[in-house]
Design a protein around this ligand. Structure first.
Ligand code: MG
Length: 381
């Protein structure tokens, strides 16, 4: 039985995690749940799964939770509450699925308390990959990926060192604007928010759906992979694979490639992270190859999607630059969703902010957070 803390239990990854826990009641116990603002859903989850503790962002909502849940469940709030949950003595693994940078401090706190962590929030490794991985090595804890691509690579690597790898291949669906005939570069300024929010193969949160349309999502994943698997950016490649059945691949030094495949369902990488190193029986995911028919692959179009080049540069330069890319992109996506800028201006804004940044190499956490705050201001400016 694994005692699991879920930070971000009411979001897309969080609700899938609850499903996995319901599939595997003999293996997974939901020890604690944290949510941002969705008090109602958190309350439902807590009534059903009886966690030891819950956390809600706003202290005003904490009272409501306390009144409804009684004394069997401790109720926390705010960023301090997240730290409490991340370091609960009985926790075996902390799954972090909070949007934005709020997951960074709880991730480090969990590691320092000797907990394994499962990361769904890309920001953690993009901003502070070096710090997080160094700390995890020092504490002897595991950092498991919940992203489908990184879970695939982790499964294919199966403990092999980066010296046995020629290249890691992240697959990308290509997003809704993959087709160059239908969406030539000249038409990119006409892309509406509604159109960008329609993703061909995954149902996800709003920010990540826009990131999938710009390919910034894949760019962030390249940087994540660089840290998670201790490999330089030049050996992290991207291949477009519209069916999203091959979740990613490892090309080994002998030329052999291993891939991990299934119909797309986030429950699978979540389950693997929570049951690792075991594989637990679950009928949820079924893959019918004759029905899928064919799997296709293409070179990504870096001219229409500058995000990949920007992320590669951020990953190569390192230091505070990935944090700046991440923060500027968040601001740009928000501006796009609020119809203040058009679609191509998302990557233009990120590029401008990166160019204006004075990089600090091997930054400590305060310097990373400073760069993040700087980029958010600079991107608006
Ligand atoms: Mg992914």
């Amino acid at each position: 039985m694994k005692n699991v803390v879920v930070l971000g239990s009411t979001g897309s990854i969080g609700t899938s995690t609850i499903k996995v826990a319901e599939d595997l009641p003999d293996r997974i116990r939901l020890l604690a749940l944290a949510a941002g603002n969705n008090t109602e859903l958190l309350l439902d989850q807590a009534r059903k799964h009886r966690p030891e503790a819950v956390c809600i962002n706003d202290p005003a909502n904490a009272q409501e939770l306390s009144d409804s849940l009684g004394t069997a469940c401790e109720v926390f709030s705010g960023p301090e509450g997240l730290l409490k949950l991340a370091t609960l003595p009985d926790a075996d693994i902390v799954l972090i699925a909070i949007v934005g940078t709020a997951g960074l401090q709880p991730a480090l706190a969990a590691i320092r308390a000797g907990k394994d962590i499962a990361i769904a929030s890309k920001e953690i490794l993009v901003m502070a990959g070096e710090t997080v991985m160094n700390e995890a090595r020092k504490q002897g804890v595991r950092v498991l990926a919940v992203d489908s691509e990184h879970s695939a690579i982790f499964q294919c690597l199966d403990g092999k060192p980066s010296s046995s790898v020629r290249k890691l291949w992240l697959t990308a669906s290509g997003g809704p604007f993959r087709d160059k005939q239908a969406w030539p570069k000249e038409k990119f300024s006409e892309i509406t928010v509604e159109r960008a929010l329609k993703h061909p193969s995954w149902v996800m949160g709003r920010k990540i759906t826009i990131d999938s349309a710009t390919l910034f999502n894949k760019g962030l994943e390249m940087i994540e992979a660089r840290w998670l698997f201790d490999i330089e950016m030049a050996r992290v490649g991207v291949v477009v694979h519209p069916q999203s059945v091959v979740h990613s691949m490892v090309e080994f030094v002998d030329g052999s490639l291993l891939a991990q495949l299934s119909t797309p369902d986030m429950c699978l990488p979540i389950q693997y992270a929570l049951t690792y190193p075991d594989r637990a029986g679950n009928e949820r995911v079924q893959t019918d190859f004759p029905k899928i028919g064919s799997l296709t692959f293409e070179v990504p179009d870096e001219d229409r999607f500058p995000a990949l080049g920007l992320a590669r540069r951020a990953g190569e330069v390192g230091g505070t630059l990935p944090a700046v890319l991440n923060a500027a992109n968040e601001i740009a996506v928000e501006a796009f969703v609020n119809r203040k800028i058009n679609f191509p201006q998302i990557s233009e804004l990120v590029q401008r902010t990166m160019e204006a940044h004075k990089v600090v190499s091997h930054p400590a956490l305060p310097q990373i957070l400073e760069a993040d705050a700087w980029a958010r201001k600079a991107a608006v400016g």
